[in-house]
Design a binder for this molecule. Structure first.
Ligand code: CDV
Length: 308
């Protein structure tokens, strides 16, 4: 069974005025550190190339378009792909995707160790709202700038490991992990941008937000007997704080690496994918224990209904 050294490249804040070139320099610096640490698969955050722009209410199409990538790789990201290929490190990172048809997605890509894109995921659980909301302490306009992903939850065999991706809010939904778990996933990579304060509940601050993040990532790993890597964009971005708390979780649900800062920081864990087998063949042996005849509501129904 495969062993792979996994890295999480947590990124500190990216300000609205920061250029793509500046961000790519930081991503390459993290890649170099990862190479020194023997990392073979490196995971970057959601929307890694820009500030978390859904906090801004914008109406000017040109202003919005400036946050989106039309091609991947492109001129700005080519140095990252080239260096990853030289160092033989597979990478995944998130970005805002504008398709040739004019569709917009919150996307993550996965490369193999030769720098070729082998996987793409488009965020399915888009949080927030689509119009300016004066009731919130800050805006979260993902429903304005993106449409829900249309690629489902695919997996890829990469470096001999079954890998899947999800993005930020997806990590709070058990459906995400189970769709990947049903395909035998062994490594789930999840970038995130999570504000340190709940925009609709000011009393919910950093400590509780980190707790919910850990809780979600650890439960998803344990209940599907898979490694999970959660990687933050963190710190004070455009005056708005984002949680850090990047972690790597083993298939037993235990945190085996954790970021200590809210800046650019590498976390590393050597992962033995043989460790996925125990859970997958015992308590979470889906073929023996699942009862899908009782799970119809999960796909037939969206909102909760009280029928008693
Ligand atoms: N980028 C995100 O998806 N952020 C959400 C916010 C709404 C809290 C998250 O689930 O972390």
């Amino acid at each position: 069974m495969t062993k792979l050294v996994i890295g999480g490249a947590q990124m500190g804040p990216i300000q609205r005025a920061d250029s793509r070139a500046l961000v790519i320099d930081r991503m390459v610096a993290l890649l170099e550190r990862a190479a020194q640490a023997g990392v073979e698969m490196l995971v970057y955050p959601e929307l890694a190339l820009t500030t978390f722009f859904p906090r801004w209410y914008m109406t000017d199409p040109a202003e919005i378009d400036a946050f989106f990538e039309r091609d991947m790789p492109n001129a700005a990201t080519a140095p990252l792909f080239a260096r990853a290929r030289e160092l033989r490190i597979a990478i995944s990172f998130g970005y805002a995707e504008l398709t040739p048809e004019g569709r917009r997605f919150n996307t993550a890509i996965l490369t193999d160790r030769d720098g070729r894109i082998v996987g793409k995921y488009r965020k399915i659980h888009l949080p927030g709202h689509s119009e300016y909301d004066p009731e919130r302490s800050h805006q979260h306009l993902e429903k304005r700038y993106f449409e829900p992903g249309d690629l489902g939850f695919p997996v890829w065999r990469n470096a001999d490991v079954v890998m899947g991706m999800a993005i930020c809010n997806d990590r709070r939904w058990p459906e995400t992990y189970r769709c990947l778990g049903l395909q035998g996933v062994e490594l789930i990579m999840i970038g995130y941008n999570t504000p340190s304060v709940n925009s609709q509940k000011g009393a919910e601050g950093l400590e509780k937000r980190l707790f919910h993040s850990d809780l979600s990532l650890q439960a998803g790993a344990y209940q599907n007997a898979t490694y999970v890597v959660g990687v933050a964009k963190a710190g004070l971005e455009d005056g708005h704080p984002l949680i850090g708390g990047s972690i790597i979780v083993d298939p037993d649900g235990t945190v085996i690496a954790r970021a200590k800062t809210e800046g650019d920081e590498l976390i590393v864990a050597p992962c033995d994918f043989a460790a996925c087998a125990f859970g997958k063949t015992t308590i979470f042996d889906f073929a023996r224990h699942r009862r899908p005849e009782h799970y119809g509501r999960i796909t037939a129904q969206v909102g909760a209904t009280v029928e008693v």
